[in-house]
Design a protein around this ligand. Structure first.
Ligand code: PXG
Length: 287
């Protein structure tokens, strides 16, 4: 059976799933999206993803043409139609087709797209041994330009940093904000462990409020760890005992080298490994 893609209320075969070349999502990156996971056929933290999608939309004056409950149902139904169990779900809302010109008033009909696919995580050996990352020269978007809390269809900022990473042989790259403080990686949030305390950049560092980040903060606190959300710089990362990234696609993965410096022991640390295990249990509990 060919995979089915949801577009604005209807299901299409993969090869027939298309939208207009005049859609402002394509012409200007004018739209928002979510990347979501399902485990054992159940969507992880669906409500939080739907809420973030609607918040992103509202921040760009985009009215999603369906209610939140309807969106949640469309996501669950599309997953079920495709008979996927452990899956990756991409929800995209575009501004819709319009004239050539920035003005969103020239667009009609925002499009809602739901694509489901097999999940591809990092290779297993990277979870065992940890990632190497570099700091990108590309600064994360200034919150007053395009707030990183908005998961918009314009990911060029992150893509440019990602290219810097891959050009240096790294699968992720650390991005600094306009003040030179640690923000996040191109598709993941960042945490460090220093003397037994977990630290992560605060939301006002100019980052996406990751749903995995929130889950890991909750897990760590309920395990008795102190979690500090604060301003961080590269010194904090270089001198950390442990470092890891969180994200829907990556889940929780250790970082063992940054900018050529070995972090901690150079191996995934005990708190990272423990939290990764707890995240696995949480997913099994909720899904
Ligand atoms: N920061 C950025 C910039 C992201 O794009 C995260 C942090 C982690 O957030 P969550 O809510 O996922 O814990 C993201 C998430 C993809 C893909 O296809 C990217 C993300 C999520 C899912 C898929 O590249 N980014």
């Amino acid at each position: 059976m060919s995979p089915k893609v949801y577009i604005s209320g209807k299901l299409y075969g993969k090869n027939d799933a298309s939208i207009s070349v005049f859609d402002h999502g394509l012409l200007y990156g004018d739209g928002v999206f979510e990347g979501i996971r399902s485990y054992s056929g159940k969507v992880f933290r669906l409500q939080q993803h739907v809420d973030r999608l609607y918040d992103s939309a509202s921040a760009i004056f985009l009215q999603i043409p369906m209610a939140r409950e309807e969106m949640a149902r469309a996501i669950v139904d599309t997953l079920a139609v495709n008979k996927l169990v452990d899956a990756y779900i991409r929800v995209v809302v575009t501004r819709g087709a319009g004239g050539l010109g920035l003005d969103p008033r020239k667009t009609t009909d925002p499009q809602v797209i739901i694509i489901t696919d097999q999940i591809s995580l990092y290779p297993e050996e990277l979870y065992e041994h940890g990632l190497k990352i570099i700091t990108a020269g590309t600064t994360r978007n200034h919150p007053n330009a395009l707030n990183p809390r908005i998961k918009s269809l314009n990911y060029l900022n992150n893509i440019l940093a990602k290219i810097e990473g891959t050009n240096s042989g790294c699968l992720e790259a650390l991005m600094l904000n306009h003040k030179g403080e640690i923000a996040e990686c191109t598709g993941d949030n960042v945490f460090i462990v220093t003397r037994g305390i977990l630290h992560t950049p605060s939301i006002d560092s100019g980052i996406l409020k990751g749903i995995t980040r929130d889950a890991v903060i909750e897990l760590a606190r309920s395990a008795g760890l102190t979690v500090v959300e604060r301003t961080m710089d590269r010194y904090d990362v270089y001198t950390a005992d442990e470092c890891f990234l969180t994200g829907t696609a990556a889940e929780l993965i250790a970082v063992v080298e940054c900018d050529g410096r070995m972090l901690g022991s150079g191996r995934p640390g005990p708190i990272t490994r423990d939290l990764r295990q707890r995240f696995g249990s949480l997913v099994r509990e909720e899904c």
